[in-house]
Ligand binder design. Sequence first.
Ligand code: SF4
Length: 284
Amino acid sequence: MYLRPFDPWKNELCSCPPKYSLNPYTGCEHGCLYCYASSYIKDFFNCRLKLNLIEKLKKEIEKVPTNSLISLSNTSDPYPPKEKFLRITRKCLEIFKKHEIRILVITKSNIVCRDIDILKEMPSSVTITVTTLRYDKVLEPFAPSSLVRLKALESLSKRGIPTGLRLDPLIPLLNEREAEKILRLAKSAGVSHVTASTFKPRWDSWRRIENSFSHIAKKIRPLYFEEGIKKFNAWYLSETRRKELISELREICDSLSLSFSSCREGFLELNSAPSCDGSHLCIR
Ligand code: SF4
């Protein structure tokens, strides 16, 4: 099955509403240093096609009730560079539109703007991740630049697609000071909702961060591996530190009239939005 009920792997901190999940591609070309999926999907940074995806999807969608929510994508990006010419995600959207499905797109790519014509005709929203303006070419080496992503948010918003910003992950000392600027730019781009999450390294993502940001990694190492806690195969900052970071973001979002939620932090009381993932925007 390519189209599956979203499974947070028994992570009790996940507060996502019921939804289906589809990854049109296996793996991802964007090469983000902090990527979590690379720890459990083999050869992850080699983005490849799924065998007979479109044929199978046409059958699988028949079993999904009308008006269900499908999230595109949770463990890869639905708009890797090769989507520009392969148009696989676009074909998936065409199928979903026919079946009156609600769509939540999560991406780092402006290629999504190519599909505004379809997205406009279905209950959909697009959430674009922006984590840094300063280090994007190191942190997310093969993704479009943060400025290009913000431009994409602006184009989507101007064309009537509800948009969200994913500020994920927030890495202490690396991008935390940029957060306010990113949120202000997102607001100017027409974004109405923000989902944020702190960095929760696994060993491979930690090694990549350490190799590229050794000076910062040295300082944040004790925050994770001495003061922090291991949960669900990842390292978390202490609850106090996470709550501080998330509360600060909530305050900034309040001041900008942006709805806010955090992802897998366990601070539901700090959410001001009806959903943590932005799915409440997928209405028409
Ligand atoms: S875009 Fe997402 S899935 Fe792709 S490498 Fe970056 S974090 Fe991983």
